[in-house]
Design a protein around this ligand. Structure first.
Ligand code: GRF
Length: 205
């Protein structure tokens, strides 16, 4: 353990001396992109180990695509009419752009085992529940229906099993008796914006 710590400190020192190189990262979205916006802002800070240099979406309707123009970040859309073809083209494009890390943020397509293998251990996702509870969709509805006391969010590594990879960080919040699925979604989203950057820091530090 001590030895590992020494190696880490040495590496940090070397990085400081030669200048820290941020890891080129793509964010995959399908919707509003509030997590994307938040990650872009985080990635511009000095302490961020990642640099968001690409936005990928499966639909031109994703509102979050507007952040491409706002922050001058390349965007690419793949329609996923044929998953295999889209994934093949994405992989080529990621390589061309030297992308080494992927953050899924409200991306509504399920990536294939082959794609995940190619990016082994380098894809993470944010999910709006306290995993392993409520994998998949309608997480807030289900938490309220079940009279849960707590809801929350999880950041996890992506494996071929949906929402089942190793959890990096989780944060829980109380569900109030007045909450409905949309008020709860809003509350959880606020927490997501804190948790995603913290999870990235945890992975790389
Ligand atoms: C978030 O709640 C995220 O956890 C889920 O989809 C939502 C995306 O929101 N996977 P946004 O597009 O980042 O605003």
């Amino acid at each position: 353990m001590e030895r590992l710590l020494q190696v880490k400190i040495k590496l940090n020192l070397v990085e400081k001396l030669i200048g820290h190189k941020k890891i080129k990262t793509a964010v995959f979205i399908s919707g509003k992109g509030s997590n994307l916006k938040n990650l872009i802002k985080f990635s511009k800070t000095k302490r961020s180990p990642i640099l968001i240099s690409l936005i990928v979406s499966n639909t031109t309707l994703a509102k979050g695509l507007k952040y491409s123009k706002q922050f001058n970040i390349k965007k690419k859309i793949y329609n996923f009419n044929d998953n295999k073809v889209s994934e093949k083209n994405i992989l080529i494009f990621l390589k061309k752009n030297e992308i080494n890390f992927i953050c899924l943020a409200g991306f509504m397509k399920i990536l294939s085992a082959n794609f995940i293998k190619k990016f082994n251990g380098k894809i993470i996702n944010i999910h709006p529940s306290l995993l392993p509870k409520y994998k998949g969709l309608k997480t807030h509805e289900r938490a309220i229906e079940n009279n849960d006391k707590f809801a929350g969010c999880s950041v996890h590594f992506v494996t071929e099993k949906l929402d089942s990879g190793k959890i990096i960080m989780q944060k829980r919040i109380k569900i109030s008796s007045k909450d409905n699925p949309s008020s709860l979604a809003r509350k959880v989203l606020k927490v997501e914006h804190k948790l995603y950057p913290l999870s990235i820091l945890k992975i790389f530090n």
